[in-house]
Design a protein around this ligand. Structure first.
Ligand code: IMP
Ligand code: MG
Length: 181
């Protein structure tokens, strides 16, 4: 399926909204079983914000009472190539020590972003740190950063939509897709 997106680009749909919603519900049930009912959910902004919002509501449906705080990390400039170095753009505010932390990100690619966030939460004394990503691009890991929970294994394309962008465009699309060349 292909849709005309804003700015005239054609976007091939990889994961439609309904399929994502079903997967998010299943993930939430798995997460509650593994981490317990009171995790501190820490989405990595900006790309994961829609996924995290849906996941938080699904965690509620699954019986959890999560807290949420946010961290903004940057590893990309304006382009589509990772710069390799992860920096904190905006830090969390919540106390991390002793918490069961669930880090949420949109995509696992080199793993540098997730590894950085995981190390940071561990260094701040989290009791446990688990990780959840909507998409995993297999075979791209440059560091040891396997996610505990994965929505979908994703083809090696630059994807947009459902919060994910290219140069800040296309976050608003309700599905995940890639731009047709
Ligand atoms: P990593 O640090 O190389 O694992 O990169 C992960 C980060 O890069 C994620 O937080 C995403 O925001 C971003 N990213 C990686 N691949 C894509 C993509 O295909 N589309 C949009 N963002 C991506
Ligand atoms: Mg990101």
């Amino acid at each position: 399926m292909s849709r005309l997106a804003p700015k005239g680009a054609r976007i091939s749909v990889l994961y439609p909204a309904e399929e994502i919603a079903g997967r998010v519900r299943a993930l939430a049930a798995d997460i509650v079983r593994a981490i317990g009912p009171e995790p501190l959910v820490v989405p990595i902004l900006k790309g994961s914000f829609i996924f995290a919002a849906d996941l938080l509501r699904a965690l509620h449906e699954a019986g959890a009472e999560p807290d949420m705080d946010f961290i903004t990390l940057s590893s990309y400039g304006k382009g589509t190539r990772s710069l390799g170095e992860v920096t904190i753009v905006r830090d969390t505010e919540a106390a991390i020590a002793g918490r069961d932390v669930l880090i949420v990100d949109d995509i696992l690619e080199s793993g540098r972003t997730l590894a950085f966030a995981k190390d940071l939460m561990a260094a701040r004394g989290a009791q446990r740190v688990m990780t959840c990503v909507l998409l995993d691009k297999p075979g791209k890991l440059a560091v040891d950063a396997k996610a505990d929970f994965v929505g979908f294994e994703c083809p090696d394309r630059f994807v947009v939509g459902y919060g994910m962008d290219v140069a800040h465009a296309y976050r608003q699309l309700p599905f995940v897709g890639y731009i047709e060349r």
